[in-house]
Design a protein around this ligand. Structure first.
Ligand SMILES: NC(=O)C1=CN([C@@H]2O[C@H](COP(=O)(O)OP(=O)(O)OC[C@H]3O[C@@H](n4cnc5c(N)ncnc54)[C@H](OP(=O)(O)O)[C@@H]3O)[C@@H](O)[C@H]2O)C=CC1
Ligand SMILES: [Cu+2]
Length: 457
């Protein structure tokens, strides 16, 4: 073991025993009452600057995990009542000098007020917990700015992805990861150990210059990998909806002189649009793989970079697949609800009356019956397979599969992966068969009932 891990970190603050293992509560701590710990010299001292929401939640958890906590405030008397009894609330300077690890729980615009603490913070670990105010607003991260202000301290960025609420309640479920980055491995190890002691799982993401800005922007990002797939799905929906509106509603009314059928807009036209969007989106999941394979074949090598648009497209296949699944699932629900509508009941009654008037006793048509049975069955099977693909894309499920199992379920569209595409091939065949059967059924051909009629109504 190295003799000194953190330069001038005080031995009572960062005992060597604790440094060897992650910085956790002292041995046997769990069985002792908390009051005893505050006076225990072997218990690590953690400082927290600032007395806001984050500071209060963090201090509460640190105290509960057996740490001695010293909170540094500009007005300690006023803030005393907000903290657990076991935590000491004192001046910023006093807190900084007592602790080995100091959390800076201030907003970055107030960092400059800490300039006077430079001497007492020499050799200590400073944890920057701040978040960006706006995505990509700053070019330099707050953590790097703090590191510039305190060149003789070791700045670690972290805990900014954990809310004050999560700190208060503890990581009972959901995401327990705490992203960390910093330039000094030992400092990251200390903060990582502290994370573990609080019940979180530290993830070392790298150096400050490479990661801090990303980490600060992380809590502000809104589903970055979903934006393009969702927008393209919505775009397709608009295009197909307009097409179906023109074809099934406006054209029969304006050009053929039929009664206006605007009642179709909320359910029928939406339901006719969804499968088209699902199919095109599904095609866009498999298309980039085939394009990439073609590109590799034409170049005669796999050691050349794909164009960046193809790279990005390949990276969004999972999201596109899930959008396709969502459309198919909503289509199934809409289809099940079609017969509930008043318009469907009126139509059925009218048809029955017309049949009686025409003296037709039996309207059974064997070929139509078979077509419908078959395409409904293939549609249901295709939806089930799509559900399986969607389930297998969940991280927890995907993690439980080995590489071969994963490629068996999820198509790997590069040439080598075509060995295990049973499910994807079956899915594509089922969908094609379904389309073929739907488009050859009588109501669809006569374009009077469209997709609605193709669902047996
Ligand atoms: N709240 C949350 O859920 C999370 C917050 N964070 C980060 O934690 C940091 C603190 O957030 P939060 O606790 O919510 O903020 P608060 O506004 O609740 O607290 C900030 C603290 O900073 C001190 N302060 C206020 N004004 C000044 C000033 N002019 N000069 C010096 N110190 C000042 C005060 O302490 P005193 O008066 O005692 O000196 C105050 O309590 C931020 O960087 C935030 O991005 C990160 C993740 C989650
Ligand atoms: Cu359908």
């Amino acid at each position: 073991m190295r003799t000194s891990l953190l330069g001038s970190v005080r031995p009572d603050v960062m005992p060597r025993e604790e440094m060897k293992r992650p910085l956790i509560r002292g041995r046997g701590v769990g069985s002792r009452p908390l009051e005893a710990l505050t006076s225990d010299p072997a218990t690590p001292v953690v400082g927290v600057l600032g007395t806001g929401d984050f500071s209060r939640s963090l201090s509460g958890r640190l105290v509960a995990s057996g740490y001695q906590v010293v909170v540094g405030s500009r007005s300690p008397k006023r803030s005393r009542a907000l903290f657990p009894e076991e935590a000491e609330v004192t001046s910023q300077k006093e807190a900084a000098s007592q602790a080995g690890v100091v959390f800076v729980a201030l907003f970055p615009e107030h960092y400059s007020t800490l300039a006077g603490l430079r001497q007492v913070l020499v050799g200590k670990v400073l944890v920057d917990v701040s978040n960006a105010v706006q995505v990509n607003l700053c070019r330099t991260s707050h953590a790097e700015q703090l590191a510039d202000m305190f060149p003789e301290s070791h700045v670690v960025k972290g805990f900014n992805t954990v809310s004050a609420w999560a700190l208060q309640t503890g990581p009972r479920d959901g995401n327990r990861q705490v992203m960390l980055c910093g330039d000094r491995a030992e400092a990251k190890a200390v903060v990582g150990g502290l994370c573990r002691a609080l019940g979180f799982a530290p993830v070392d993401t790298g150096l400050l210059a490479a990661q801090a800005l990303d980490l600060e922007n992380l809590p502000l990002r809104l589903f970055p990998s979903w934006r393009v797939p969702v927008l393209s799905t919505l775009g397709l929906f608009v295009v197909f909806y307009l097409y179906n509106f023109l074809r099934d509603v406006l054209h029969p009314f304006v050009a053929l002189g039929r009664a206006p059928a605007f009642y179709k807009l909320p359910v029928e036209t939406v339901n006719a649009t969804l499968p088209a969007v699902a199919l095109v989106t599904l095609a866009s999941v498999y298309a980039p793989g085939s394009l990439a394979a073609g590109l590799q074949l034409s170049r005669g090598t796999k050691y050349a970079r794909f164009p960046s648009w193809l790279d990005r497209w390949m990276g969004r296949r999972k999201q596109l697949g899930l959008c396709s699944f969502a459309c198919a699932a909503i289509h199934a629900v809409y289809s099940l609800c079609l017969p509930m509508r008043r318009s469907a009941r009126y139509k059925m009654l009218n048809d029955a009356f017309k049949q009686v008037k025409e003296g037709v006793a039996d309207s059974w048509q064997e070929d139509e019956v078979w077509r419908m049975e078959l395409y409904l069955s293939t549609g249901i099977m295709a939806l089930c397979l799509l559900s399986l693909l969607a389930i297998a894309s969940l991280p927890s499920v995907a993690d439980a599969l080995n590489w071969r199992e994963f490629t068996f379920v999820q198509v790997r569209p590069l040439p080598r992966g075509y060995t295990g595409t049973v499910e994807a091939t079956t899915l594509v065949l089922l969908v094609l068969l379904d389309c073929l059967l739907v488009s050859s059924s009588r109501p669809f051909r006569s374009s009077s009932g469209g997709h609605w009629a193709s669902h047996g109504l």
